[in-house]
Design a protein around this ligand. Structure first.
Ligand code: F6P
Length: 376
């Protein structure tokens, strides 16, 4: 009689809404549909290196669909190819042996973003069977139209803009909201469009501060008398540089962005506009709390699809969403890559056509005005 499937599971990198929904979907599908045993590693790759794990039963994952965070814990420091607790030693082969020989695992489901998938791809090449699930509020993984967590984060940023809108209007102020997103502008773009921001600044389009000042002034003089700016943390002025919040030495991706909104505030104040300027940096609010219905359903679909990929032996691949269909792509195609907002993204053109400024004078506009029905 053949033994049952034994599958490991971990969540890597920064957390995001929907992680528990994926843990639940992977575990329940593997147990119910494939009679598998599931083992959850604690704190991402750190738990894998330190051999900290627990078996997950059906009951363990019941009732976690709506909960924020991850019941397994996560870490964005532990990289088995350069383990910070052992002076950067490569412990990847130890891990592969532990999983395949000691634990007799048939596969590991790895839930994470680009950093996690790069590590996963390296471990797959050493002989560990891996199935990936795309997570991140940044929506910046290549190969998939959506990562789970993004919709919730964009919703939180939209609500923040809605609230800033009314107070901006009352006080005739310039209100700046800074969103996360690293080197991609997806959160700022979606929230900016949904929240009706007058100016949206994203990393993909270097803005001119003179144009930002001009738009604010024009609105100040015109009927509106207030301006709402939505800026991505990775946005950068022409001939300037990105603003770095801190550098975390132990992290595989040590740079943490943040603070561009304060620079814009200072520039606006220097320009001696009449309106006062206020800044809100939304930060980790975008990562915490319960996932919205879209992310709950996407997480459940990704999780059950990943379970079937394990059962079918489709290893070394990432579950993805393409044109509303579930599919998979090789991990190697995703590793070390970032999906930024393309300049022909239909939503950029839509925003431009309703008068949103991207901080670029009209004649120099890099956005491609193609008409298409797809919002992505
Ligand atoms: O990748 C997710 C993300 O929230 C980014 O948007 C942000 O730049 C970064 O992680 C923040 O990282 P940390 O939680 O280490 O401050």
């Amino acid at each position: 009689m053949s033994r049952s499937l034994r599958v490991g599971l971990l969540t890597g990198g920064g957390d995001c809404p929907g992680l528990n929904a994926v843990i639940r979907a992977v575990t329940k599908s593997l147990i119910l549909q494939h009679n598998a045993e599931v083992f959850g590693f604690q704190d991402g790759f750190l738990g894998l290196i330190e051999q900290r794990m627990q078996q997950l039963s059906y009951a363990d994952v019941s009732g976690i669909l709506t909960r924020g965070g991850t019941i397994l814990g996560t870490s964005n420091k532990a990289n088995p190819f350069s383990y910070y607790k052992r002076g950067g030693a490569d412990v990847s082969n130890e891990i592969v042996r532990y999983c395949t020989r000691t634990l007799n695992l048939d596969a590991i489901v790895v839930i994470g973003g680009d950093g996690t998938m790069t590590i996963a791809d390296g471990l797959q090449k050493l002989g560990l069977n891996i199935v990936g699930v795309p997570k991140t509020i940044d929506n910046d993984l290549v190969g998939t139209d959506r990562t789970f967590g993004f919709s919730t984060a964009a919703g939180i940023a939209t609500e923040a803009l809605d609230r800033l809108h009314t107070t901006a209007q009352s006080h005739h102020r310039v209100m700046i909201l800074e969103t996360m997103g690293r080197y991609a502008g997806w959160i700022a773009l979606y929230a900016g469009v949904a929240g009706g921001a007058d100016i949206i600044l994203i990393p993909e389009i270097e803005f001119e501060i003179e144009e930002v000042v001009r738009v604010c002034r024009e609105r100040e003089m015109g009927g509106q008398r207030f301006t709402l700016i939505c800026v991505a943390e990775g946005a950068k002025p022409k001939d300037g540089s990105r603003v770095i919040r801190e550098v975390i030495a132990d992290s595989p991706d040590p740079i943490r962005l943040g603070g561009i909104s304060r620079w814009i505030e200072a520039e606006l104040e220097k320009s001696k506009m009449r309106s006062e300027v206020r800044t809100t940096i939304l930060g980790h609010m975008q990562r915490g709390g319960t996932p919205n219905p879209f992310d709950r359903t996407l997480a459940t679909a990704f999780g059950s699809y990943a379970a079937s990929m394990v059962a079918e032996g489709q290893f070394g691949r990432l579950a993805v969403l393409q044109n509303s269909h579930l599919a998979s792509v090789p991990l190697a195609d995703v590793a070390n890559k970032v999906r930024t907002v393309p300049l022909d993204a239909p939503l950029l053109a839509s925003a431009l056509s309703v008068g949103t400024s991207f901080g670029i004078p009209q004649g120099d506009q890099p956005i491609k005005m193609q008409s298409t029905s797809v919002v992505s």
